[in-house]
Each structure stands twice: as structure tokens, then as C-alpha cells.
Design a protein around this ligand. Sequence first.
Ligand SMILES: C=C1C[C@]23C[C@H]1CC[C@H]2[C@]1(C)CCC[C@@](C)(C(=O)O)[C@H]1[C@@H]3C(=O)O
Ligand SMILES: O=C(O)CCC(=O)C(=O)O
Ligand SMILES: [Fe+2]
Length: 382
Amino acid sequence: MAMECITSTQSMTQPHQNNNKESETTPLVFDASILRHQHQIPSQFIWPDEEKPSLQVSKLVIPLIDLGGFLSGDPAATMEAVRLVGEACKKHGFFLVVNHGINADLISNAHSYMDDFFELPLSQKQRAQRKTGEHCGYASSFTGRFSSKLPWKETLSFQFSAEKISPKIVKEYLSNTMGKEFEQFGSIYQDYCEAMSKLSLGIMELLGMSLGVGKECFREFFEENRSIMRLNYYPPCQKPDQTLGTGPHCDPTSLTILHQDQVGGLQVFVDNEWHSITPNFNAFVVNIGDTFMALSNGKYKSCLHRAVVNKKTTRKSLAFFLCPRNDKVVSPPRGLVDDDFSPRVYPDFTWPMLLEFTQKYYRADMNTLNAFTNWIQQKESS
Ligand SMILES: C=C1C[C@]23C[C@H]1CC[C@H]2[C@]1(C)CCC[C@@](C)(C(=O)O)[C@H]1[C@@H]3C(=O)O
Ligand SMILES: O=C(O)CCC(=O)C(=O)O
Ligand SMILES: [Fe+2]
């Protein structure tokens, strides 16, 4: 099916349709290099008034966890880290980690190599075009998946695997998809994902300690993770108050380790208000996803968050989405279930089941897991 560009000549008269419905017309491709110079933005990118970004949002103060102190076994740092992470995860699921041991040059390279990819002509980026029903590849604002409330962003997503059978899956995917000249590009993100996988296992030790189930419990569960790396590229927008870079959603995955650049734009919905998270190059923003909320038997929260754009500068963020191996059954450790005080909140499931649900029914709201639970129960009873 031929792809068309949204250009100034095309009148964007599509009515404000249900965002979840598959687009019924020819999929359109969002080319920011053209769009950003138009006076208006296409109607599909204009969000309803009640979802438009508010001009002023307060800053969310989230705990800064010294991961190095915890991992080196410093008793005081461990106690403080366990306390802070527990408080944050019971409330909104967001915290910062510093002293994480990730090489600063690797982080800087991961940001700068994004520019090399996203500044390519659209036709070259489309070599990695995300196919319908898949969650990896190059996507520009989900045109073709949704017909309204489109996000003002381009993304490149790819699979990482910590399993020994696929040691270089990232490097191979990127160089095979984009060509030999992308071998260095592929190596950078292979190294970055390996660092993220190691970091996430350290964070899983901390989460296990804070939930009282011990360091090894979740570390072992995610040891052979098959995770998703996503590069978010938000071009400047001439009407930043009318659109969103990423719409309100809860991450369906287990844990997200996000590095945002210095531009700012990540917002979290806490106490019925949107709050911004201030950029900090030395910190990763970590948030609990739906799958870990289920693993914690609902004790730790996966919360709504979104990203806003601006008029002047491109914003970039790197999101590593930790996911368990496909055959792992998501079921809370026994110590987190008690028939009287902590009965089971969600049924057993596997990540591929939840992924299928999000790709088919894309529920970007607080109740994704509840809707998913109903979906499973309907399937089981049919
Ligand atoms: C498995 C995935 C689906 C999404 C990318 C990864 C992990 C996060 C998911 C997502 C980012 C959650 C918000 C909505 C979404 C559509 C998006 O904004 O990109 C989701 C991704 C996706 O379905 O492509
Ligand atoms: O870009 C950001 O700051 C947030 C992106 C995000 O939430 C996501 O990709 O799931
Ligand atoms: Fe997210």
C-alpha cells in the first residue's frame, strides 16, 4: 500500500475519529521537515481541549537513588535506597538513579547517533519502516495505526535480548535493516542496551529488597530479558500547545529506564495534575510498568505519563523497556500474596499476551491492566 506524505497541499479534513480505530484511509506519513514550516498543523495532530498540554506545570520532586552505594552493599545507602524507592513506587512509580556506573560517553553517543538516523531523508528511514502489527522499526507518529490524536514524534524501536543465543541481536538488526554503513550505529545501541540490561537487573535487586522478597527474586526473573529499546525523536512544532509528543499512557512493560536530553518535556500525572520531570544528564528516569505492577501484586504503581513538545528545539529520549522472556509467567512472589490482606489483584499472564492486547486494543490509560484482565477472562470463558 503506497504511503503518502502529509504536505501543505493536502487538506486534513478527516473528522475527529475514535483514536483506537485503525485508520481507514491510506496511511499517511508525517514528514516534520515539511510540516514544521506550515502555519497550521494537520487536524490529526490537534488533541482535544481537555488533553492539550497546560502551559505551566509544577515540577515533580522524585527521589534520587544512589544505585552505586546500594550495589556496593553500603548499609546506610542500602537502607536509604530501599526506603526511597518503596515510597516512590507505592505512590507513582517514578524515581531517578544516579551513580549508576553507565559510561557518560556511551550515553552522549546514544543521543548523538539518534540525530544521524532521524535527520536522514524519509525514504532512507523507511528502510526500517515498522510493519502493521509489529512493535519494532521506524514509525512516524503512528499514522496508519490511528486516525486522530497523533503524537508529534518519530520513533525507532528494536528488540534487545540478554539470552546467550542472540548476543548481537541489536547490532545485526540495525546493520541488516539499514545497511553496512550503520554497523557503528548498531554497535553503539548494542552496547547501550547491554548496559541498560545490566542496570535494570541492579534495579530489580533494589525493588526485590524494597518489597521484602530478596535481591534474587526479580533479578532471576529478568536475567534473560527480551526487552525493547525505543528512540523517541520529537521535532520542533509550531503549535506545541495543540499537540503532544507522546500521549498519556502507562508503559505496559515491566520497567522503563529513560534518558531524556536537556530540553525537558516528560510529564507525570500525580494527584490529578500533570507535573514535569526536570532533565538531569547524570540520572536515568526509572518508572514501574504495568507488568511489574502485576508482579508486585498491585503494591507498586504504573502511572500515566506523557511528553510535550516545543517550538524551538528537537527533543530526544532513549527508553529501554525491560520485558521478561516470552515464556515467563507473570505471577507475584508468594510473599506478596495473602488471602486476607493482599489477595491476588491480576491473573497470571505472559508478556506476549499483554503485548498482543496493547497492540490490538492500545489502552493508554490508568486501567490497561483491568481491561486486559477482562480480556483474558473473556477469552478463557469463550
Ligand atoms: C511494547 C511496546 C509498545 C509501546 C512501545 C513498547 C513499550 C511501550 C509502548 C508504548 C510506548 C506505550 C504508550 C503508547 C505507545 C503506542 C506509544 O506511544 O508508542 C506504546 C508503544 C507502541 O505500541 O508502539
Ligand atoms: O519521551 C519521553 O520523555 C517519554 C516517552 C515515553 O513515555 C515512552 O516512550 O513510553
Ligand atoms: Fe512511557
